[in-house]
Ligand binder design. Structure first.
Ligand code: NAD
Length: 436
């Protein structure tokens, strides 16, 4: 099948490459000329494990193409995926201007029947809005389908090639048939495709992300309470997770959730609720708890340094919002850096792949280290902000040699307590005893 993907970010590029891998001809459209030029020259614009190989393979097989020209791509495709940003507007609601803007362009440019598949995360009722916009520009027949994306950054290729399920919201038999054909390689291997109406499909995405945000936040509150009463959240977590109604996943406490999805999707669902005179109380609490959780260790750092962080050198391991990605949108590291700088600390940070993205935002307000150990040179404390596997089993002897004081604030509970203890470190993590 010939498919256009509009927007080649984390979702669009991975979806496009996956659909090409499944044998389709895929035309990826983006307005960012530099990005498109780069991709034409074989440059993958984002970091995702295993993406590069699949990207090159499909370019070579002439199944994956890049252009800034929407018309050129549309003319070749019956199906058009929208993988456009839906960032939070000032009031927290999803900004639909990218999606509706492209819908309007499609209405102007299409010359025959199209299925417009919305992969962006959008509020209930957006399929109707997209339909209205396109109808106002053309008399040619088309269908709008909701097909939310559930991939996880860091595992995007794996999730895209082997999704837990495919959700398709559509009331058109013709569109459902076309979507079934596209996803036939999945259904063939037992991956379910769940058909429903457009609104339920749109809400399924928000409900899923919000549920996961609540689960993480619930565990963060349990962790904070553990510290009050002297319980150990690792033990509580294992005890809880062994119940298969609960499960072990998303029970790891830390310095809050970030990224381009959970914070904005929770906000957008709260806002959508308000528009219907409905209060998502659990989501409002989740959001408030998460905002505080992101910087919960800063007060601990201040306490440790007796209220004075002026000139204290803090090394930060990890800038990405989570491991295996270069995405720093709403990353906890940034909130902590901001607050620590305001309090007069000096920061030297290390990340495997996210340094450039941080540089683009905060430039030289902090220093950047080439290796995790370089970051520790003369440091008064180490702060761990991302759970990169590289940090899991460090050389504590080398750390002790490099650091001015053997002090770790761990926002991701990277080590069993006995490890920093045996190595003589002060160690403050989340929901566990502090090692003095
Ligand atoms: P992104 O910011 O990484 O990518 C968006 C791309 O769209 C950019 O390359 C941008 O240049 C391009 N673009 C903007 N306007 C355009 C236009 N008019 N024409 C063509 N291209 C245009 O975004 P993303 O992370 O891929 O997210 C896209 C959508 O998918 C969002 O709604 C997001 O909530 C949702 N989503 C994201 C993830 C994720 O993990 N990132 C997961 C599931 C769903």
């Amino acid at each position: 099948m010939n498919i256009t993907i509009v927007g080649t970010g984390y979702v669009g590029l991975v979806t496009g490459t996956t659909l090409a891998e499944l044998g389709n001809s895929v035309y990826c459209v983006d307005i960012d000329e530099k990005k498109v030029e780069g991709m034409k020259n074989g440059v993958v614009p984002i970091y995702e494990p295993n993406l590069e190989e699949m990207f090159h393979r499909n370019i070579q097989s002439q199944r994956l193409f890049f252009t800034t020209n929407l018309k050129e791509a549309l003319d070749k495709s019956e199906v058009v995926y929208l993988a456009l940003p839906t960032p939070p507007g000032e009031d927290g609601s999803a900004d639909l201007s990218y999606v509706l803007g492209v819908a309007s362009d499609i209405g102007d440019l299409m010359t025959e029947y199209k299925v417009i598949v919305n992969k962006s995360t959008v509020p209930v009722g957006t399929a109707e809005k997209v339909t209205e916009v396109i109808s106002s520009r053309t008399d040619i027949a088309f269908d709008v389908v909701s097909n939310p994306e559930f991939l996880r950054e860091g595992f995007a290729v794996e999730d895209s090639m082997n999704p837990a399920r495919v959700v398709v919201g559509s009331s058109s038999e013709k569109a459902k048939e076309i979507m079934s054909k596209i996803y036939q390689p999945f259904t063939n291997t037992g991956i379910p495709i769940i058909f429903m109406d457009e609104k339920s499909s749109e809400l399924t995405k928000y409900a899923s992300n919000s549920f996961l945000a609540v689960k993480i936040t619930f565990m963060n509150e349990i962790a904070n309470y553990c510290e009050k009463v002297g319980a150990d959240v690792d033990k509580v977590r294992l005890g809880m997770g062994s119940d298969d109604r609960i499960g072990h996943r998303f029970l790891f406490p830390g310095i809050g959730y970030g990224g381009s999805c959970f914070p904005k999707d929770v906000k957008a669902l709260i806002k959508s609720g308000k528009q219907e005179d409905f209060n998502f109380q659990i989501l409002e609490a989740t959001e408030n708890v998460n905002v505080a959780q992101k910087v919960i260790l800063v007060s601990e750092i201040e306490k440790y340094f007796e209220g004075n962080l002026k000139g204290k050198k803090i090394a930060i391991w990890g800038l990405a919002f989570k491991a295996n990605t270069d995405d720093i949108r709403e990353a906890s590291s940034l909130d902590n850096i901001d607050l620590l700088l305001k309090k007069g600390a000096e920061i030297i940070a290390y990340d495997l792949v996210a340094e450039n993205n941080v540089r683009n935002i905060i430039g030289d307000q902090i220093q950047y280290a080439k290796t995790m150990y370089d970051a520790l040179e003369g440091a008064d404390a180490l702060f761990i902000a991302t759970e990169w596997p590289e940090f899991k089993n460090p050389n504590f002897e080398l750390m002790a040699k490099k650091m001015k004081s053997k002090v770790i604030f761990d926002g991701r509970n990277m080590f069993p307590l006995e490890v920093p203890k045996q190595n003589g470190f002060y160690y403050k993590s989340i929901g566990r005893q502090t090692i003095l």
